[in-house]
Design a protein around this ligand. Sequence first.
Ligand code: BGC
Length: 756
Amino acid sequence: MDVKALVQQMTLEEKAGLCSGLDFWHTKPVERLNIPATMVSDGPHGLRKQDDKADHLGVNESIKAVCFPAACATAASFDRDLIKTMGEAIGDSCQHEGLSVVLGPAVNIKRSPLCGRNFEYFSEDPYLAGQMAAAYINGVQSRNVGTSIKHFAANSQEHRRMSSSADVDERTLREIYFPAFETAVRESKPWTVMCSYNRINGVFASENRWLLTDVLRGEWGFDGYVMSDWGAAADRVKGLEAGLDLEMPSSHGLNDRLIVKAVQEGKLPEAVLDQACERILNIVYRFEENARPDTPWDKEAQHALSARIEEECIVLLKNEGNVLPLDRKASVAFIGEFAEKPRYQGGGSSHINSFRTTSALEAAQGLNVTYAQGFSASSDEVTDEQLNEAVAAARNAQAAVVFAGLPDRYESEGYDRSHMKMPAGQNRLIEAVAAANPNTVVVLHNGAPVEMPWISKVRGVVEAYLGGQAVGEAVVRVLFGDVNPSGHLAETFPLRLEDNPSYLFYGGEGNRTEYREGVFVGYRYYDKKDMPVLFPFGHGLSYTTFELSDLTLSAGQISDTDTLTARVTVKNTGSRPGKAAVQLYVRDVKSTQIRPVRELKGFEKKLLAPGESSEVSFTLDKRSFACWNDQLHCWWAESGEYMIDIGFSSRDIVLSAPVQVQSTDTLPRHYDMNTIFMDIADDPHALSLVQAFFDRGRSVLGGDAEEHGEAASEAITDEMNSAMMNYMPLRGLLSFGEGKITQEDFDALLKKMNQE
Ligand code: BGC
């Protein structure tokens, strides 16, 4: 389709109309020109296609569909291929249902465990989130269905979600809140991007030209269309100019008329409108010209796939004395309502009308399993009767498994949690069961970290997250050892909420939330502070053991324009097949920038038979070493030594190797009267001009006892002497020099130093 020519045939009103939705889920058709309407739908972990009664909060029913594990779970798989497979399945269902774009993936960074939508997001780590997002997009789009990566950007709280401003410095945006979007845009080219509700540094994302045009298109090369989150468009004309192409859902003609008026009055160039229409129509036709409504949607097969995916996501957090896996012949008490009615998805726009669910209790049929309800998700308390029944069941079994976690009302789109605790009744239940049976295991269904006051009293903890409609099958297969768990945490579990770096500022004041912890999000903070945590980022146990050896780097020294290959051997040293998730972190040994201890820059998952070893390799480039430099206004890999740390979590580094990186960037320098000596020391030209003065200063301060007297010489240590001179500004030439420098000489000196 020659979209450019088509737009030229459209009237001003038709063009303005195309830039907002027909209704909740469709773009507008233009019948006169045979331009079809296309449908979009949530997303991200399955379809929420609505027929007649539409809403964006998951209130009204949608068609029966398949609910895959939510992103909190899928990120823990550390497995790109798996997420791609899930994307392919979702893409197939979209083709079957005639959906041009699925509204996901959602990649916002988990700044605080409190964000109500954390369950829909991947990680506290931007690299991991970016890799997962790219894999999902590649999967969906391989079926010729678009994605809408969301919510762009810095949308890490639900509190005041449609008005709040995320006030974040540029380095933090570039290093933490942007990369998941950037990686996905660069590597997998999403057809659309959804801008977020919030403001960024005071400007609505939907009106933010720097965000939607300069960075997204100019720097990253995005070529699809930008749509608003549902109701995120404020000043529509401003938005269009900034790069917001499609307003969703619809403003019932109001904003269309404002666009027409702005063009007629010469306030909005018509070319801007034409461009938005071209972008929208490119995607409309990309789908329409390859629509395949005959694509089968085998829901049963996808149910099985959902179970298989969840099996790879489950994280074994604790397994004292190898309480797991359970013996298939053992008598086991399943306790807690979630064993019967699992919580497997979160509330809001991602809520799926699952065609079927499998509970752990159903999946355990044929095994020697009894059940006690223990608690009801509708109450925070437990009754004595529930407790007594649970304790009796636990006493009569060889092992007890408590299915616990967060009820729906605790975490959802639209609002944040105010604490990180589980319902008090569930905590009581776990304590009582653990007291009754030494082999107690807790299975958690939750979308974000919880405090575990009972952790030392139970022998096992299995994090199932919100594991999709087949979660019960996956959990039972892990509990009884049919599947060896291989998930790893994509987020830190702090001991308590107060430990979280955003704790003091999260939610903000009024409509302003300052991201004062900067780049120190998640493990970047806990590791820098060397703080104890409940479970570190990347943690995950297995029923087998793995060993890492032979870390080699392709070079000991590289330029920042080179790539570096790191190779390591991983071996299964246990007696069961299992999957190892090998993680690579980069550590800047000595930096002039304030940086985290280490940052994830690579991961690979490998299936290994007992005794089998395999080589894993990682390719690193400038970005793996760089941080954002405000002076250069770009990525900067400072010259110096870096360590390549390989391990199984950010706190379990097994092997390290050094590499010297040579930067090809030069930081701009400008000397003035307040420049201190330390900042001149590595510039031979400038230094030569002032060396004599500083040498003289050094010798005066560092003179011997005869000159200063015994007491003074003890007080003036070498360290102090060198600090005094290092921190001495050039204006010291005037104050402490020998009185011979005139202002003219001084100005001339500065000119020479600056080579002007
Ligand atoms: C959510 C989006 C969602 C949209 C449509 C909004 O409330 O923030 O994630 O895609 O509704 O349902």
